[in-house]
Design a protein around this ligand. Structure first.
Ligand code: GLU
Length: 467
């Protein structure tokens, strides 16, 4: 059965690059009816935090990526110890007592000789014997993996194609620290074996680790999973995407008012394609996903395209759902939503005009709070000549049935009577009741605002007319 995994280190937020890799792994496992595992690689005790674990879990849930797990490496220390013992016994690993000062000195010497800095293998048992090294009393050693000296490591990368590295390029890496905590390259192999991973898909910043990991698989006599390394996401300037470029954390997109399906679609398409399709659902991604169409070159993040997609999804979203999502943004702005008109009708009216939920909340603000029209717009639209028409409209609005058709008729009759054009009346009217001249059709807007609100806003603005 196909098994894939996402293995983030909980040392910050859930980065959208990581989320994209997770999405590919998830879609691939789903497509083949397999499992997608979440494994938290929390062995860096200094940098791992509970808040970051939570951010990862929140991000996965928000994006709708369901998983088996989560498993935590720090809860699996016994497994790593067990495998270290196997490797020690078979001679594929050995204790190394070299101190930090000694290693620094070794590297400095290599640099001075213009050699590549690498561990020189001095604690390999035969070398230690030859050099007469003896373990210092009371010092706990690290465990190093004895990398093969000759030959090569080759694999056919699912994204990058054939890759081959000479073993002579690799040194004996530390697989377990003195405190019994595994290093990344070892923990990941033990876990991927124990968790029966069939495909290891990750960012291509790990490409250099893969040959080391393959050697450990071989030493253990285990079959290899398939490896695939996905290119990084770059910012618009071609540098690796970072905070400098704007939001990089998944949850920040939630806070900025993006819909999860828009981010999922955007991330999926960023670096992978299915013909010319730009807008597709998670279900379609599952159906179409393959490794052949992952781009081999890094993709550039394009915030405008994400906004465009978000707009497409906002337009088609269910009004009740949108109301629930917009509610907290309005409350945060200090609006009391429960005292105004039905929010689902309001968002239904406005959703096609905005790019994000924040913009939706801002567009909805005048339904829940008296607006402040900008002075320059008032100067432009609050002219003395239009006042009588507005006063007359106010009179009509006091008595008609409150329904868009009657509101519309009232407006039209005033226009005819005063021989003016629609915008001459509608612009100041919009400004008086909404604080802006950009609103959906005025009759629906007034209907939704409700008679009391409309009349009171008109009255208070007419009191300052003309400016
Ligand atoms: N913990 C590693 C990371 O966050 C996982 C890499 C992998 O998938 O093997 O980069």
């Amino acid at each position: 059965m196909t098994r894939t995994r996402f293995a983030p280190s909980p040392t910050g937020y859930l980065h959208i690059g990581g989320a994209r890799t997770a999405l590919y792994c998830w879609a691939f496992a789903k497509k083949l009816g397999g499992s997608f595992v979440l494994r938290v690689e929390d062995t860096d005790q200094e940098r791992s935090t509970q808040a970051s674990v939570q951010a990862i879990l929140d991000g996965m849930r928000w994006l709708g990526l369901d998983y088996e797990g989560p498993y935590f490496q720090m809860k699996r220390l016994e497994s790593y110890q067990r495998v270290v013992d196997v490797l020690l016994k078979s001679g594929h690993a050995y204790p190394c007592y070299a101190s930090k000062e000694e290693l620094d000195e070794m590297r400095e010497g290599q640099r001075a000789r213009h050699e590549k800095p690498r561990y020189d293998g001095r604690w390999r048992p035969e070398n230690a014997k030859h050099l007469g090294l003896t373990p210092s009393v009371g010092v706990k050693p690290v465990i190093r993996f004895r990398n093969p000296d000759d030959g090569e490591v080759a694999w056919n990368d699912l994204v990058k194609g054939p890759i081959c590295i000479q073993n002579s390029e690799l040194d004996d890496l530390v697989i377990m620290r003195a405190d019994g905590i595994p290093t990344y390259n070892f923990g990941v192999v033990v876990d991927d074996i124990d968790m029966k991973m069939t495909h290891v898909i990750r960012g291509d910043d790990h490409v250099n680790n893969t040959p080391r990991q393959i050697n450990i698989y071989r030493a253990l006599g285990e079959t290899l999973p398939q490896f695939g390394h996905v290119p990084m996401i770059l910012g618009p300037d071609g540098e690796r995407l970072s905070k400098r470029h704007g939001a990089v954390s998944v949850m920040q997109y939630s806070e900025e008012g993006f819909l999860p399906e828009a981010l999922v679609n955007y991330l999926a398409r960023l670096g992978w394609s299915h013909g010319d399709e730009e807008k597709f659902s998670a279900e379609q991604l599952i159906e179409w996903f393959d490794f052949e169409h992952i781009s081999r070159s890094p993709a550039r993040f394009d915030g405008e395209k994400l906004k465009w997609l978000n707009q497409q999804y906002l337009k088609q979203a269910d009004d009740t759902r949108l109301a629930a999502l917009t509610h907290p943004f309005l409350e945060k702005m200090g609006c009391n939503v429960d005292e105004g008109p039905d929010l689902s009708r309001v968002v239904g009216l406005l959703k096609s005009r905005v790019n994000t939920l924040i913009e939706l909340a801002q567009a909805a603000e005048y339904f829940y709070r008296n607006p402040n029209a900008p002075e320059d717009l008032k100067l432009l639209h609050y002219g003395a000549t239009i006042k009588p028409a507005l006063v007359q409209l106010l009179g009509h609005l006091e008595s008609i049935d409150w329904e868009r058709g009657f509101i519309n008729t009232a407006i039209k009759s005033v226009i005819t009577e005063h021989k003016i054009k629609m915008p001459q009346l509608a612009m100041p009217l919009r400004l008086m009741v909404t604080g802006t001249v950009h609103t959906p059709s005025i009759d629906v807007t007034l209907e939704l605002l409700g008679r009391e609100v409309v009349l009171s806003r008109m009255r208070s603005q007419l009191a300052v007319f003309p400016l």
